[in-house]
Design a protein around this ligand. Structure first.
Ligand SMILES: Nc1nc2c(c(=O)[nH]1)N(C=O)[C@@H](CNc1ccc(C(=O)N[C@@H](CCC(=O)O)C(=O)O)cc1)CN2
Ligand SMILES: Nc1nc2c(ncn2[C@@H]2O[C@H](COP(=O)(O)OP(=O)(O)OP(=O)(O)O)[C@@H](O)[C@H]2O)c(=O)[nH]1
Ligand SMILES: [Mg+2]
Length: 461
């Protein structure tokens, strides 16, 4: 497909020693040539592909030097976008790259939308949708593991599995068609049923296997939403500070110190935590604190993991019991803090309330218990040493939802076969699941979704 020529700054604005203006499209090389002057007098129209050239960017109308640059010339289709690509390497600095970009735009290029380079790579068939989404994940990855998952997806690992499943479904649908066309064979109906049932079971099993990785995959990609809760003054903010190794949250001996929800990213043995400190939950007359308590309750509901802090130096209160009630059924670790102070806490009752969940004995003052806590978190989500390299993780919420949908349709197909529903109805369910799987790779998908997905990219990507 032939598109217009687009350009953008592909490096952080005004940071770093080099800044890159990237151009892609049919006029990329001509535009670059128009504003480039080499000391040797060569023109960019005649150079070999995948070569880089020293020279100056010149505003030829005013015969004015704009920048000293290195220009890469890459001719399609063996490029990032499969189109002609030019990269102008400028001196870093906001003004310098901006001047070059402005000049490029006056020569007929259009400013690129966020993600538009990667979108071209997709539309021109170099990568599929899940690979393009992986490019974005790669940029946002916060741990090595998350990065490995993104790299695997970018290489097309998930796409390959999905394509194989779609192929299987397509083959069985074709076979069913053939069988319908030759009804004169006696046992054709039974054969068709058996075939459909076997294939549906196989596909279902494969989807299930992928979905089994989704819990860990989602954590790796988005971070484990971890909320620190507990009554005022038990040491929640101190715990957050211990995790991030600095005094991010204000700690005082005044109960009700934390008023707002404080969020920090931490890497706990390869598990990315989106750690949230909350206002201590209690009944209060203070309006500001009450809003804080409300927010605490709200983030609590969306948590993947609760870190519930209680005070070794205080007796259990009705509020503690209520909190245990609130987190029923949720993943939680109980942290008994202030172990350096005399015991007033009834440990036996805490054990009962914990309902088998891990209890960590800690003192934020003496820096005790953090190792045990980190160990508990990592083994809770990644038992043993996981090898990200030989597992295909499904990490993206869009993919997870589509896999669940496809599975539902397969289930309906299976139910249909087993309860003697007419074959053409079963075919419809199988076809739907084939289409749904195709939305993951972008083989069956509409423009609106594509635009929405790519608009989430950064500018110049
Ligand atoms: N300067 C620069 N660095 C960059 C990028 C870029 O666009 N420019 N990339 C942008 O994100 C990433 C590299 N990604 C790329 C992916 C594919 C191709 C490419 O040309 N693929 C062709 C040819 C492969 C080959 O030579 O064998 C192809 O797949 O057909 C280029 C870059 C990271 N670093
Ligand atoms: N002795 C002792 N004091 C601690 C320990 N951990 C925290 N503290 C102190 O307890 C007080 C309250 O700590 P914070 O971390 O602010 O408690 P919080 O749970 O965030 O309190 P709110 O934000 O008011 O809900 C501070 O004076 C801390 O220094 C500990 O292990 N031992
Ligand atoms: Mg606090």
């Amino acid at each position: 497909m032939e598109f217009d020529t687009i350009a953008a700054i592909s490096t952080p604005l005004g940071e770093g020693a080099i800044g890159i203006v990237r151009i892609t499209g049919p006029d990329a090389i001509k535009i670059a040539d128009d504003i480039f002057q080499s000391p040797s007098g060569k023109t960019l129209m005649e150079v070999n592909s995948h070569t880089i050239h020293y020279g100056f960017i010149i505003d030829k109308r005013e015969n004015k030097k704009i920048e000293e640059v290195m220009v890469s010339i890459m001719k399609g289709p063996k490029t990032f976008t499969r189109e002609d690509v030019v990269e102008i390497n400028c001196h870093g600095g906001l003004l310098s790259v901006n001047r070059v970009l402005q000049l490029v735009l006056t020569k007929g290029a259009r400013i690129a939308e966020p993600g538009e380079f990667t979108k071209r790579a997709f539309v021109n068939g170099r990568i599929d949708l899940s690979q393009a989404e992986a490019v974005m994940d790669l940029i946002r990855a916060k741990t090595d593991r998350a990065m490995n998952v993104a790299l695997g997806q970018m290489e097309g690992r998930l796409s390959k599995k999905i394509r194989k499943l779609r192929q299987e479904i397509l083959e069985v649908l074709a076979q069913v068609e053939v069988n319908i066309d030759y009804p004169e064979y006696d046992d054709v109906e039974e054969m068709t049923h058996t075939l459909l049932q076997e294939k549906a079971k196989y596909v279902k099993n494969e989807i299930e296997k992928l979905l089994e990785t989704s819990k860990q995959g989602k954590i790796l990609r988005e971070g484990l939403a971890t909320v620190i809760i507990g009554r005022p003054n038990v040491g929640k903010s101190s715990l957050l500070n211990s995790f991030v190794h600095e005094n991010k949250a204000i700690v005082t001996d005044i109960p009700g110190t934390t008023r707002d929800v404080i969020e920090e990213y931490v890497n706990v043995r390869g598990v990315p935590l989106r750690l949230v400190d909350t206002a201590g939950i209690r009944e209060t007359e203070d309006i500001v604190e009450r809003i804080g308590v409300e927010r605490s309750r709200k983030v609590l509901k969306e948590a993947d993991l609760i870190l519930f802090v209680v005070n070794y130096n205080e007796e259990i209160t009705e509020e503690d019991r209520k909190l245990f009630e609130t987190i029923k059924g949720m993943d939680a670790i109980i942290i008994i803090n202030k172990l350096d102070l005399p015991q007033k806490l009834d440990i036996e009752e805490i054990k009962k309330l914990a309902e088998g969940r891990t209890i960590i004995y800690a003192s934020m003052k003496d820096d005790k218990g953090m190792d045990e806590l980190e160990q508990a978190i990592s083994s809770m989500y990644f038992k043993g040493e996981i090898e990200t390299s030989d597992l295909t993780y499904v990490s993206n919420a869009r993919h997870i939802a589509l896999l669940n949908n496809a599975m539902q349709m397969i289930d309906e197909a299976l139910f249909g076969v087993e309860s003697g529903v007419p074959i053409d109805i079963v075919q419809i369910d199988m076809t739907k699941s084939w289409e749904t799987l195709g939305e993951i790779t972008g083989d069956s998908v509409h423009d609106e979704l594509i635009n929405q997905l790519f608009s989430q990219f950064c500018l110049g990507k």
